[in-house]
Design a protein around this ligand. Sequence first.
Ligand SMILES: Nc1ncnc2c1ncn2[C@@H]1O[C@H](COP(=O)(O)OP(=O)(O)OP(=O)(O)O)[C@@H](O)[C@H]1O
Length: 221
Amino acid sequence: MIIELDSVELYFNERRILNGIYLKAETGHIVGLLGRNGSGKSCLLQILFGSLRPKYKFVKLDDEPLTKPLYALNIASYLPQHHLAPDHLKIKTLFQIMKLDWEDFISHFENFQTYHNARIGRLSGGERRVIETYAVLKQKRKIILLDEPFSNIAPLHIEKIKALIISEKLNKAIMITDHYYRDVIDICDDLYLLNNGCTKKIDKLAELEDYKYLNPGKLKS
Ligand SMILES: Nc1ncnc2c1ncn2[C@@H]1O[C@H](COP(=O)(O)OP(=O)(O)OP(=O)(O)O)[C@@H](O)[C@H]1O
């Protein structure tokens, strides 16, 4: 399966946020999306998911124009930048609703064993992010969109999440954006930079410095 997003034009009031976008994601690939604060990464994922309507966009699924939003087709799962589940929801209920396997989760994150009956709002920000990222990643959907899955997560758990993302990509197209650019670069097959409202496909990492996303020499440090 191949999904392509093209010709996006997004404005808020008169302010142009996005124009000149092309992104392609396919089964078996992890696509990384980098960009400065406010460059439009979250908006772009929401546009692809269908929860944000820009002035114009063109989406193709396996070369056929897509007229319905992805969320309405039940083929995509989306981790928003902010919380996924309400504070009062019990973790065991979240696992039931999202048809997740608690034993599988605990096999990856054994420290969470005692949280089964807890409300998600009682967890730390990082613990909550681990659960929410796992929940979205494990959905039986063809397309997974992850907005800052690593935020607030400790290094050991980031490594586990990265391993899970890699194992899930076998049957899914995964798109990920995060400011932990080294972790994104580590796992992605294709990399795009969002700059001045446009996407630039990154073929050589040095381009991240050329486009001033990173300071000169940062990649070597
Ligand atoms: N509902 C809205 N109304 C007006 N402006 C908005 C709205 N949503 C987003 N924006 C603006 O659009 C721009 C892009 O926002 P977006 O959240 O996509 O950036 P981002 O690249 O994800 O940033 P960050 O890395 O800081 O999360 C920002 O300047 C933001 O202020």
